[in-house]
Design a protein around this ligand. Structure first.
Ligand SMILES: OC[C@H]1O[C@@](CO)(OC[C@@]2(O[C@H]3O[C@H](CO)[C@@H](O)[C@H](O)[C@H]3O)O[C@H](CO)[C@@H](O)[C@@H]2O)[C@@H](O)[C@@H]1O
Length: 617
């Protein structure tokens, strides 16, 4: 197996050449185009013979870096039709129903051996509307059975939508859902529903409580700023609690309710927590994390060795923020460990597309798992053409990053690895400054990649090249070069690099003598299609002494999930290449730094399809 041998036309790129910054195609493509012009000016017969000759040449060229078993037909020079593109964009191992529109994950629940996922769903069209609770079950959170829609808008109090909420399973076996009803006047009212038969492992049928709504908007809160009730949990004092997000003015806050019967809820005078200038908090989540080990805790866990994470989703901005702090159950108050990293102003769950997340405690494997929705980033017209819109991330476990104490670690559930096959290993590839090297992996549209990078630490210490200003989001992406970055991988790239999505690190020495590491995903050239979002996502990421610089990247057609440093920082992106699809998709490793060599070691697995299908009743 080849490891470090690059594509002929990109081979041995001279140092300091901004390889990732050339809008013009590399030499091989220019010569192909010239040949095509020549071909078009000669007779049909010679066209036939010359084309045949060219095809042979191209095949020889491609066979030097593709695996015939995995990529039997090279179509990288063939422009797929619009219909082929849309078909290709559907993911293989990310949760999405057969058709139409999904949105917030609602009420994940473990019941009688099944993980239940409910979700905001429009059963009729691939756009927001008719919001209902879709329902799916899984044994492993990777393969899913779709069930009939659980709750649909039928009553005056939810006729404009059965909006987001949660489920609760009580120790006595009772199960109920709390959700926000979008009423006939669009005010947001809280409602309850229960499964018709709790002895049904699938919980197929649900019925709304006939006393709905159970909560009206409290004074001082906007009628449309009051939604997404949480799971109910029992505090150490035996009182049952529920929380909801809202805002007063531009202050985002969490309301706390107590209940004795799980139907009537009394709001406390004081919020659990509030942060000025953070606006409406949607889909709030409060959950415990252990400070002593990686075992997750049930929502009611309380006491020493426990921190509580507060998460909110920033209305209208598609960003989920979290903060780690202490929950005082006696006074129902939550306090952040670091006010500078408070909810809504500090750390994000994901620096790309990931919103309205909701976590679940999995009692089987004692882990907390989270899902958010990953919206499309192209146009609504495309959604209609595809017939579906929005997917979920691969279920992620969440634990406290006990090394930093400041971050969470999010990581794809281990069950995902059952889809892996055909690993390719690339060991200690030395990447010179300005180099980009194709990896001989065959098909490159469904991948699980783990990559570690070594940078010369002595050179880093010695450099006087300091840059406090660097930020992924304001940079020019992987084309912007410094002494120690960017370096990483380029996924869903075509052979000529006219389309590519680099996922990379950029290390910058700061003026205080320290070093800042940035983890970024560059979508500036992900697609030649004009209507795609052109951004660079990312954030700084702590890299502790003695840690390797490492990333895991999941590639699944139109989604790229990047996890740096074991999931300390996560970036999820939607990408819509036009050429880098089907057999046209390639994987590269690159170092676009100006002065420093980087050593890269990669394991790349092919990923098969998860099964997502209707339940076979
Ligand atoms: O599906 C409703 C749940 O989704 C959440 C968070 O994602 O709220 C989104 C919200 O906005 C949607 O509806 C708007 C139309 O009213 C539409 O313009 C927007 O693009 C959609 O995201 O849904 C409610 C109700 O409409 C609105 O107040 C929110 O901004 C969650 O909070 C809801 O439960």
């Amino acid at each position: 197996m080849k490891t470090t041998e690059p594509l002929t036309d990109l081979e041995h790129a001279p140092n300091h050449t901004p390889l990732l910054d050339h809008p013009q195609p590399p030499p091989a493509t220019v010569s192909k185009r010239l040949l095509i012009r020549v071909l078009s000016s000669i007779t049909f017969v010679s066209l036939f013979f010359v084309s045949a000759f060219l095809l042979i040449l191209l095949n020889q060229h491609e066979s030097s870096y593709t695996d015939d078993n995995l990529a039997p037909l090279d179509r990288s020079s063939v422009q797929p039709s619009a219909a082929e593109r849309l078909t290709w964009e559907r993911t293989a191992f990310h949760f999405q129903p057969a058709k139409n529109f999904i949105y917030d994950p609602n009420g994940p629940l473990f019941h009688m051996g099944w993980h239940h996922l409910f979700y905001q769903y429009n059963p009729y069209a691939p756009v927001w509307g008719n919001m209902s609770w879709g329902h799916a079950v899984s044994k492993d959170m990777i393969n899913w059975f779709e069930l009939p829609v659980a709750l649909v808008p039928t009553e005056w109090y939810d006729i404009e939508g059965v909006l987001s909420g949660s489920t609760t399973a009580l120790p006595n076996g009772q199960i109920f859902a709390l959700y926000t009803g979008n009423a006939n006047d669009f005010s947001q009212l809280q409602c309850k529903a229960v499964p018709v038969d709790v002895s049904d492992p699938l919980l197929v049928k649900w019925v709304k409580y006939d006393g709905n709504p159970i909560l009206y908007t409290p004074p001082g809160i906007g009628l449309k700023d009051y939604r997404d009730p949480s799971t109910v949990w029992t505090g150490p004092d035996g009182k049952h609690r529920m929380i909801m997000g809202t805002k007063r003015g531009t202050t985002g806050l969490v309301l706390v309710y107590h209940t004795t019967d799980f139907t009537n809820y009394v709001m406390l005078d004081e919020p659990l927590h509030s942060v000025p200038n953070t606006d409406m908090w949607e889909c709030v989540d409060l959950f415990p994390v252990s400070t002593t080990n990686d075992s997750a805790l049930d929502i009611a866990a309380y006491g020493s060795g426990i921190k509580h994470v507060l998460k909110e989703s920033w209305e209208g901005h598609a960003m989920d923020f979290y903060s780690i702090g202490t929950y005082d159950a006696i006074n129902d108050k939550w306090t952040p460990d670091n006010p500078e990293l408070d909810v809504g102003i500090g750390l994000r769950c994901d620096y790309g597309r990931f919103f309205a997340s909701k976590s679940l405690y999995d009692p089987l494997k004692k882990r907390r798992v989270t899902w958010g929705y990953v919206a499309e980033s192209d146009s609504a017209d495309q959604d209609v053409s595809r017939g579906w819109a929005t997917i979920y991330n691969v279920a992620r476990t969440i634990v406290l990053d006990r090394k930093t104490g400041t971050h969470l670690l999010q990581w794809p559930v281990e069950e995902l690895e059952s889809l892996r096959s055909n690993v390719r290993e690339f060991k200690e590839m030395t990447l010179e400054p300005g180099s980009i090297v194709p990896l001989d992996i065959g098909s490159a549209t469904q991948l699980d990649i783990i990559a570690t990078f070594e940078v010369d630490q002595e050179a880093l210490k010695a450099t006087s090249d300091a840059n406090d200003e660097y930020a992924c989001t304001t940079s020019s992406g992987a084309a912007e070069r410094g002494s120690f970055g960017p370096f990483g991988i380029a996924v869903l790239a075509d052979g000529t690099l006219s389309e590519l999505t680099p996922v990379y690190f950029y290390i910058a020495k700061n003026t205080k003598g320290g070093v800042d590491t940035h983890f970024c995903t560059d979508k500036l050239r992900s697609s030649l299609d004009y209507d795609s979002e052109k951004v660079v996502y990312g954030s700084t990421i702590p890299v502790l002494d003695g840690e390797q610089i490492t990333m895991r990247v999941l590639v699944d057609h139109s989604v790229v999930e990047g996890f740096a440093q074991g999931g300390r920082t996560v970036i999820t992106s939607r990408v819509y290449p036009t050429k880098a699809i089907y057999e046209g998709a390639k994987l590269f490793v690159f170092n676009n730094a100006t002065t420093t060599n980087v050593k890269a070691t990669l394991n790349v697995w092919q990923m098969s399809h998860a099964l997502i299908q209707p339940y076979p009743f």
